[in-house]
Design a protein around this ligand. Structure first.
Ligand SMILES: *Cc1c(COP(=O)(O)O)cnc(C)c1O
Length: 393
């Protein structure tokens, strides 16, 4: 179909919750995608940090193909082999002991909220969350989200959430009451504009949780799975959470979400307390198992760290050249460049030059390339940005 045709059908038949770029992408391979007119793009959005292995990674494709003819779905009424294999692999490679599987990020955060309330035994239920955070679009998760634009028009919101400034230990401490049961945050805020938790801050939050018997919930839905140069971002800080949520690149493009917890915390859920029809189905779990194995075997975490550092360095060089660049920040391949003006024009210009990037909180250009990205590909993005910025001067 022609781009115009797809646009028209979308306009007529799809509920208008998205503002879309005028592109119909029909094929992907590695770091590249192609539109319906056959034009090739270098993809530094990666489905908003979903296509961690790039598009259609052969090992993931193979795992899906093998499973799809065997068994796609079977209820959680029965034991599921690919699910236990995946849970074991996650436990072996993280702080956690046990996993609960669902289908999206918001559901993973919902599970974490519900488990926390169980932990609070009806007496404690309040969760302290951060300004600039993003935890999903369900009613509870958007209440936990510290950005007004996502909540507007949805009152009354879910009770039991307190929002405090990010990277401010004192404010978190002051917010604790006899009703508080958990603190939830993203080690690197994604939608909020790539804000990295300070080292002392996260260590301090961990201590605060220990002292007050609070659960530390880390939402690693965007910053997990090798993106920041460690398999999970908490590893940068020398601390461990009590609960972690994963989704986005967990399934490398196949929808899956997961909440991981230590045994002690997980034991607050009993059969019947929580469930998901599709959660942990054989197909999703087989795909995800292949994703994690590939990340580990192909040394993609190391690549994310190396190419990420190189990318940040190069962006900082651009910052020296152009005074309208206010800040460059990030970890590994989760990078933001804050401008003095709105970034959507730059995003469009990059697209014209066949490079896909994204912009969040209006003024922050966000770079989330697949973990397989090369320095040459980074160079191409830098050169293109340099040219675009030159014409802005
Ligand atoms: C994207 C995201 C979510 C929500 O995930 P969905 O799959 O869209 O529900 C939650 N938390 C963080 C940190 C995210 O980046």
């Amino acid at each position: 179909m022609k781009t115009e045709e797809v646009k028209k059908l979308d306009e007529k038949y799809v509920i208008h919750t998205y503002k879309r770029a005028p592109l119909v992408l029909v094929k992907g391979k590695g770091t590249r995608v192609w539109d319906s007119e056959g034009k090739e793009y270098l993809d530094f959005v990666a489905g908003i940090a979903v296509n961690g292995l790039g598009h259609c990674h052969p090992k993931v494709v193979k795992a899906i193909q093998e499973q799809v003819v065997q068994l796609m779905h079977i209820s959680n009424l029965y034991y599921i082999e690919p699910q236990v294999k995946l849970a074991k692999l996650l436990a072996e490679n993280s702080f956690g002991d046990k996993s609960f599987f669902c289908n999206s990020g918001a559901e993973a955060v919902e599970a974490a909220i519900k488990l926390s309330r169980k932990y609070g035994k009806g007496e404690r239920y309040e969760i302290i969350c951060m300004e600039g955070s993003f935890h999903g679009r369900t009613l509870a998760t958007l209440t936990a989200t510290g950005q007004e634009k996502y909540r507007k028009g949805y009152a009354p919101l879910a009770p039991g959430f307190k929002i405090v400034p990010f990277n401010d230990l004192e404010k978190a401490k002051e917010a604790i009451s006899s009703r508080t049961v958990a603190i939830m945050l993203e080690p690197v805020q994604g939608e909020g504009g790539i804000n990295v938790a300070k080292d002392d801050y996260l260590k301090g939050i961990r201590k605060l949780c220990d002292k007050n018997d609070l659960l530390l919930i880390l939402d690693e839905i965007q910053c997990g799975m090798g993106r920041t140069g460690k398999l999970f971002s908490y590893e940068h800080y020398g601390i461990e959470p009590d609960i972690m949520t994963l989704a986005k690149s967990l399934g490398g493009g196949f929808p899956i979400g997961c909440m991981i917890a230590k045994d002690k915390t997980a034991s607050y859920f009993s059969p019947g307390d929580h469930a998901s029809t599709f959660g942990g189905n054989p197909l999703a779990c087989s795909a995800t198992y292949a994703v994690i194995k590939t990340i580990l075997e192909e040394k993609l975490i190391e690549n994310a760290a190396q190419v990420g550092n190189y990318f940040i360095e190069k962006l900082k060089e651009l910052k020296k050249k152009y005074s309208f660049i206010k800040n460059v920040r990030g970890k590994g391949l989760m990078i933001g460049m804050e401008l003095e003006f709105e970034g959507k024009d730059i995003v469009t210009k990059c697209q014209e030059k066949k490079i896909l990037i994204n912009c969040t909180v209006d003024k922050v250009l966000r770079f989330l390339p697949p973990l397989i990205v090369t320095k040459d590909e980074v160079d191409r993005v830098i050169t293109t940005l340099d040219k675009i910025f030159k014409s802005k001067k």
